[in-house]
Ligand binder design. Structure first.
Ligand code: TRP
Ligand code: ZN
Length: 490
């Protein structure tokens, strides 16, 4: 498999002082606590500054222009939120371009920026439960993230445009956000680009309008999503819209997508990149079949739209499960089995990761283990190898370091370690051996159905497996998820 382990660099540094709270008589009279600043983080121990406290976002309205000639992203983000405490000030996560103005409910607000936090002080405090709208106007060249194993993510400037994607906390590179999966929201994304280029995002394409040499592409996601699952791609794309199996698909394929095929013999020099557009088309044509296959195992597809994006970005090494419309590196399309399996992986995340989302990043195996196991199931039905064969191969051949990773609590540095993927999938396969096919299928479906739209933890999953199988699985999960050693086979 081409999916490599990834080391994430934790960037959280010390907090800066927040604007002091000014109590207002109003709030005391209502009997609530006096207004105070919302917390600068949502409470994830791995990423203390990710997300924020004191409010819940309901909707993001991003109205952005991008010009490839200058790489400048400019526009406004309106965040509709509800206070969960009386707020004298609150934070948004934003490491993006220069902020030009901030308003709260249309009134000018003051702000300061430090360490990825945009701290907004409204003219008057916001009482608990109050719905409010904050608009941030900004302009500048967003930053790309470089990590040794993962390559480029964040906001990637391409030869003909830009591509924004990444996890765990990359949304803040291109829009001000409550950048943690605990706070999901609906999205409207409008991308204004030079006429002749396409602008692609999540959900449904609602409108395309050209005026004065610029085209505005307006997308809407009606089902709530975590901010890191939002994407934007600007460039030369062939966009295809169609309906299949009751779903609307939008595919965006860069006609220049190319990749270097793997050497035919070990040690042979790498060849030249070749176009992968035909393989992309062949794999994308199988999307309805893939979703059908996954629905058979997991229950109905949780969203109303689907599709995929392939952009010609040589430095992008990964795919990401951006909601309703995963983005793929061209590198996956040098081989049909790898290509189709990667589609299966990213689509499986729509159930496990996107619809059922993480309450904290510690539980990441609930995303990656499930998506990897979906690949194994697909490869079995495709006649490539059975899930048991894949399990046996990893069990027998994985090096000692692999078994050192405690996937139930891998730590921020090993969040996307290969063990989170493979040992995660093995945990599910081993669970299936212990509780039997019937109970196992029930667990997968029930997990997707009963927790759709919710944020979950590993404990909740193990409790569901125990409940539906009627077994005590404490020792089993302790060995597979929380022990730095190869688990014994039952
Ligand atoms: N979750 C992605 C997958 O499994 C992999 C991934 C991790 C990734 N971090 C990323 C992709 C950052 C793009 C950018 O398919
Ligand atoms: Zn994944």
């Amino acid at each position: 498999m081409a999916r490599r382990p990834v080391v994430l660099v934790a960037t959280a540094s010390l907090l800066v002082g927040l604007v002091p709270a000014t109590a207002i008589a109003d709030d005391h009279d209502r009997g609530g606590a006096p207004p105070s600043p919302g917390a600068p983080g949502i409470g994830d121990p791995y990423f203390p500054l990710d997300g924020n406290g004191g409010y819940d976002v309901e909707h993001y309205d991003l109205d952005l222009g991008y010009d490839p000639a200058t790489d400048v992203l400019s526009g406004s983000a309106t965040v509709e939120a509800q206070a969960t405490q009386a707020l004298s000030a609150f934070d948004l996560d934003f490491v993006g371009p220069t902020v030009e103005a901030v308003t709260v409910d249309g009134r000018p607000a003051t702000w300061v920026r430090a360490d990825g936090e945009l701290t907004v002080t409204p003219e008057r405090p916001l009482r608990d439960d109050r719905e409010f709208e904050v608009t941030v106007t900004y302009s500048g060249v967003p930053a790309t993230i470089q990590a040794p194993l993962i390559g480029s993510s964040g906001f990637i400037h391409t030869d003909d445009g830009a591509l924004a994607l990444g996890q765990p906390d990359v949304a803040a590179h291109w829009f001000p956000a409550n950048d943690h999966p605990l706070d999901d929201a609906t999205f409207a994304v409008s991308l204004t680009v030079p006429e002749g280029l396409e602008g692609v995002s999540n959900g449904a394409l609602e409108d395309v309008r050209t005026q004065d040499g610029r085209t505005t592409w307006s997308w809407q996601t009606r089902e709530p999503m975590a901010p890191y699952l939002a994407t934007m791609a600007v460039g030369d794309f062939e966009i295809e819209e169609y309906e299949a199996g009751g779903l609307r698909f939008w595919d965006a394929v860069d006609p220049d997508a190319a990749a270097t095929p793997p050497p035919t013999e070990p040690g042979a020099p790498p060849g030249e990149p070749v176009s992968v557009v035909d393989q992309v088309r062949a794999s994308f044509a199988r999307q309805p079949e893939v979703l059908d296959f996954l629905s058979g195992h997991f229950g109905p597809y949780p969203f109303q739209t689907a599709g995929g994006v392939v952009d010609a970005v040589p430095e992008l090494r990964f795919a990401l499960e951006t909601q309703t419309r995963p983005v793929y590196s061209p590198a996956f399309f040098t081989d049909p089995v790898l290509a189709d399996s990667t589609l299966v992986h990213e689509y499986a995340h729509q159930w496990y990761g996107n619809s059922v989302r993480l309450a904290a990043w510690q539980h990441v195996w609930l995303n990656e283990g499930f998506a990897t196991y979906a690949e194994w199931l697909w490869q079995e039905q495709e006649g490539v190898s059975t899930a048991q064969q894949t399990f046996d191969a990893v069990y027998g051949n994985a090096p000692p370091e692999f078994w050192q990773v405690v996937i139930g609590d891998p730590g921020p540095e090993a969040l996307f370690d290969i063990a989170v993927y493979y040992r995660g999938a093995m945990t599910l396969h081993a669970l299936r051996q212990v509780i039997g096919n019937t109970a196992f299928s029930q667990v997968l479906e029930e997990w997707a159905a009963s927790r759709a739209g919710e944020a979950v933890t590993t404990d909740e999953f193990t409790a569901l497996a125990e409940e539906l199988s009627g077994r005590d699985l404490d020792d089993f999960f302790e060995a597979w998820l929380f022990t730095p050693a190869r688990p014994p086979l039952g």
